[in-house]
Design a protein. Structure first.
Length: 244
């Protein structure tokens, strides 16, 4: 029996390590968005499946008997497709839903449903730090009145799409002190971030709180349904069903 782990998060790495140490036969799948991802402890494939039909074919060819979806909370297309196909062919699937961030005392958050709404809350001339990744950059085309800084892990393939912005390359993790110093250096007025959750990624929010920086928080897409858990021990308990 073989478990397919849809990876791409720190928790997915921990799940892969658990499978490796417990003798659970598993394969991890990475979408290939990051050029030099951290190596996982189990057999790993890279790249897309070739759509829904390709995903079905892969599950059949590799005799996958269960799926753990530990992708990013905003990888909604992958999550939805996986859920629908697993339900269609009768494969058990468990979704890891990392708990969302919630505002703390001293935070200045405004919640948005889509990145394109950010323009309604950003003043002319503001310095805006985009921590939402390059895939959503096109949704900020309406921010020509502000200065944009987009952080990403890999070197970009081309120039920033608009004259009022720049890329900033950085590979996490970042400490609170690092983020605070960076925001001070850049004179950041507004931080735009997706509500991905997780302690490691929260440091930029802690830095924003210390500096009194406004945060525009992009809400998560609606869940697609199915069985989900919010902790790694629950994942491990579920996986023990396939322990050899």
């Amino acid at each position: 029996m073989t478990v397919l782990i849809l990876a791409g998060t720190g928790e997915a790495r921990q799940i892969a390590q658990y499978c490796a140490t417990q003798g659970i036969r598993a394969i991890a799948s990475l979408a290939g968005v990051t050029r030099q991802p951290v190596k996982l402890a189990i057999q790993t494939r890279y790249g897309g499946f070739g759509g829904a039909d390709g995903f079905r074919d892969y599950l059949k060819a590799h005799q996958i008997t269960a799926i753990v979806d530990a992708t990013h909370p905003f990888a909604s297309n992958i999550t939805r497709r996986s859920f629908e196909i697993a339900h269609e062919i009768g494969l058990p699937l468990l979704r890891f839903e990392r708990p969302e961030w919630v505002p703390m005392v001293g935070d200045h958050w405004i919640t948005l449903t889509d990145e394109s709404e950010a323009a309604d809350h950003i003043k002319a001339g503001a310095v805006v730090f985009l921590a939402t990744g390059r895939q959503s950059l096109s949704k900020f085309a309406n921010l020509s009145h502000a200065r944009l800084i987009c952080r990403q892990i890999d070197q970009p393939d081309g120039e920033f799409p608009w004259p009022n912005g720049q890329y900033l390359i950085g590979r996490p993790p970042f400490s609170v002190a690092d983020e605070e110093a960076l925001f001070r250096q850049l004179n950041v007025d507004v931080l735009v971030v997706k509500n991905a959750g997780g302690a490691a990624s929260r440091t930029k929010l802690d830095a924003a709180r210390l500096l009194g920086t406004s945060v525009l928080m992009i809400a998560r897409p609606a869940p697609c349904g199915g069985l989900s858990v919010q902790s790694l021990p629950e994942i491990e308990q579920w996986l023990r069903q396939w322990q050899s």
